[in-house]
Ligand binder design. Sequence first.
Ligand SMILES: *Cc1c(COP(=O)(O)O)cnc(C)c1O
Length: 440
Amino acid sequence: MQIFNEKQQNLAHRINEDTTLKNWKDWKWQLKHSVKSIDKFELVSGIKFPADYRKKLEETLEIFPLSVTPYYISLIDVDNYENDPVFKQSFADQRELITNSSEHSDPLAEDKDSPVEGITHRYPDRVLFHVSNICSMYCRHCTRKRKVGDVDFVPSKAQLEKGIEYIKNTPQVRDVLLSGGDPFMLSDSMLDWLLSEISQIEHVEVIRIGTRMPVVLPYRITDSLLEILKKYHPIWINTHFNHPREVTDSASEALAMLANAGIPLGNQSVLLADVNDCPRIMKKLVHDLVKNRVRPYYLYQCDLSEGLAHFRTPVGKGIEIMESLIGHTSGFAVPTYVIDAPGGGGKIPVMPNYIISWSTNKVILRNYEGVITTYQEPDSYEARACDRDCKNCDLDLKMQPSKEYAATGIEKLLSDYDDSISLIPEGNERYERRSDEDNG
Ligand SMILES: *Cc1c(COP(=O)(O)O)cnc(C)c1O
């Protein structure tokens, strides 16, 4: 397998004439030579920007800094860089300076849902743990864009301990998702310590890591890293490929190493205008992913973060892409398309509609071909009332009554054991007009 192609070799020599394949494949060398200025970007990539264009770019970089690994630069098609999906994801665009009123620096309210520094606790049974503030490449479409690079800090053990303490004291957390920044920017020894601390917490059942390293710096996936990860199974990893061009031999090798270490792999793509907003590109991407044992997990609608307007597509584009995947290709190659609710409601799945109509005994559905069909509901189905006390139930798994499993949201409305019949938005005027005894 050719890992150091001629283009990469030329590029590496522009950084330093003595660069060897061993240097190139050393992730620390890649980080040390990360490109952070326009001059260096021109030197390394071989692209020359027009002078007037450069001035606007300088202004952009003052607000949103640049950082790209030489490896990721080597994937850019220099002769057609303006249309290049790798270039667009990694290099500044003056349109980043345009913000509009619906955009925010923290559109998902991750800071508001943060009980202690570094933790976002949004869902009942899992937390997001920001364990590093830096990445090996600054994605231009980053949802945490305003935070990236302001302080290049890797949290100390003492800072991480606050998050660990919170998880220890919160027994409903069974899934800990390490994010950042990129958790693999931590040193091996720091990761070893962190994973060991978290995995010792009795109620934590799985640890997940969100990392873009297989895409932007695949050489970070080393044997020594795998030796550490393997000690703390079950470890799940989600990565972030957006375009088939990113699935290189080096990326494939990194993915194979992770999969061979027994780590289930998923991918979270972001739908980006002029990068991957095309059913054919997306289908090729999901096929390339499953060939590499990576299951497409989410396709994200681009968030309302500042400076991302030029990346956003209408939701309809996402639905169109989902329509082109569901039924047309393997079920496990189809991601869930989600919109992360502005203001912090979490991820909301959106799909084409497949249920066309419904009566008391029939459901009318359509398939991906447009064939309309009827599903006959069962004539007799005895509903089983559930009081969350499994003692009298004829199903097999007897579970303890437990507060942690209290239903919320729509699940609560559907349940038998809770009398709520509606969810009323706060400040609903009609309810406020009612006298107190009528309330509830
Ligand atoms: C995405 C996310 C998670 C994980 O969500 P899953 O749907 O379980 O993958 C957890 N916490 C926060 C704050 C998130 O944004």
